[in-house]
Design a protein around this ligand. Sequence first.
Ligand SMILES: [Zn+2]
Length: 216
Amino acid sequence: MDRQWITWASQARRPVAVTGAGISVPSGLPTVSKTWRGLTLKEIFTIGFYRRDPLTFYDCYRDMLLDWREAAPNPAHQALAKSNVRIITQNMDGLHQKAGSSDVLELHGNLRELICERCHALYPSHVAEINPQPHCPTCAELLKPNIVLEGEDVRHIAVAADWVGQADLLLVIGTKLEMEPVCMLPKIAGQNGVPVIPCNKKSEVLLPELCGYLNA
Ligand SMILES: [Zn+2]
């Protein structure tokens, strides 16, 4: 491993990690480039597609739930949890929490829940496994998976910016952070003179080693 990384890691007291789809690939989860019935997940998981064709959307969502239920955290998730690193994630899979992380901001929501857009009640996502188009028992509105679709605003971005503002090391794992507004997170670190360690490949190998230095 890069000597500079080891120095940064061993000096860090308030590390924050921003994670994306790449960290969960070794757990068997797909990225948005996966195709489903000839369409990519990126094309399906948009607010426009959901509004136009919720039935097809839910078919795809149910298949994602199958992958998700079988997925377990890999050594990268486990290393971050063991070192109590604060996590800002673009993932919806909940694997950081399954690994034992408690400070987790889910910028894109989660696959655990469905939400009623009218009364904001939450329901467990397995409701969608027994009902092709689940509706809210209270107000009869179609329930929506509690995930952020393309075309919707990401969540918790102000808190995420605050966490990065307090950090003394930023890990960027399994994501390139090219999109607005998440691209501002490494910029905040840069403005504060905080080192940024990118880790886009082999995070399940690199992070257990790197996090060992965080514990030192
Ligand atoms: Zn409702």
